[in-house]
Design a protein around this ligand. Sequence first.
Ligand SMILES: Nc1ncnc2c1ncn2[C@@H]1O[C@H](COP(=O)(O)OS(=O)(=O)O)[C@@H](OP(=O)(O)O)[C@H]1O
Length: 361
Amino acid sequence: MECRVVVDTLRVFSSSRGRFKLFLFCIVLCLCGYLLYSYFDYISAARSLTHERQRAAFDNQHMSRGLLNNNDADAAGEEWDEVNGEVSEDEAASDRSKGPLSKKFPQAIIIGVKKGGTRALLEYLRLHPDIAAASGPEPHFFNRNYDKGLEWYRSLMPKSTEHQLTIEKTPGYFISKEAPARIHAMSKSMKLIVVVREPVTRAISDYTQILNKNPGMPSFESMTFKNMSAGGIDTEWSAIQIGLYAKHLMNWIQYFPLKQLLVVSGDRLVTDPADEVGRVQDFLGVRKLITEKNFFFDPDKGFYCLKKAEEDYSVSHCLGKTKGRTHPNIMPEVIQKLKQFYKPSNKIFYQMVGQDFGWDE
Ligand SMILES: Nc1ncnc2c1ncn2[C@@H]1O[C@H](COP(=O)(O)OS(=O)(=O)O)[C@@H](OP(=O)(O)O)[C@H]1O
């Protein structure tokens, strides 16, 4: 039987009609092969495209979750807090920018004070299209990380266009003895912003943060007084030290003229953020684009939060839970004693900056 098939095939081969049929058969076979190949190729391309899309969506989700996770990790650290729904650096840059992006040294720094409202101010300024605000943990370059070098510092800055002003915040600079000279050595034209807050409330806020991390620590009252019965205030305790604004400011004005320094009221930043941010925009020489339209009061948070766009509450940002903590109740006589303690320093500070903050009324 097999032999017959072979013989028949050979016969077909040998006739010219048979050769033509064979030729046709080969063409049809090639076409079918090509169609089958194209079909499988298309299926696999479609599959990998879907896969790519899924991965991109997954990556995006992870990126935004990563931001929050990083923030969580850092919020647990010393001073960095998250802003709910904070935009990524690239997103922010691409939103605002036209033109090539690169990391630049800051032209302005929020130098203090700790617990003054520095995070709120930085997040408010981040909204501005002409400002590139550093995100992530505070650099602490001029006080703690100076040995890491200027390139390390620059690498922490956000990407920006040549028209944008770069800004970072490290409230620890204000009380650092080295920071003024080091910043001056880097840039004599640096614009400095210091957010101050009524010193006793600031000290309590500082204590609240420390207490949060060390629940077993002694009371504010016993930390304030070395010896409760003697009534001597422990001026070495950093929570008390930081509020001696006049003393710390002295170090700065040895290097920078006062016109390069803007003192922002942290108290007004809470009650009227738009007005205070208006002053900051003027000082930085950027357009006054952040206005009251960008803020709304969140009764749950008890603070103003940000709207990215007018009337658009869906993209709103409130500072994280470590900002605006409830302070412990402090004995009124301790508060009074501290107010008295700060009075002379406050007075000198008002004179130095030409602004009365009304803390002693
Ligand atoms: N909009 C808004 N939301 C939440 N909190 C606000 C806001 N504006 C100013 N503040 C005040 O900022 C205080 C924290 O200051 P800092 O950001 O400078 O703190 S830190 O030094 O960076 O840890 C923080 O202090 P506490 O209230 O003691 O937590 C707030 O009073």
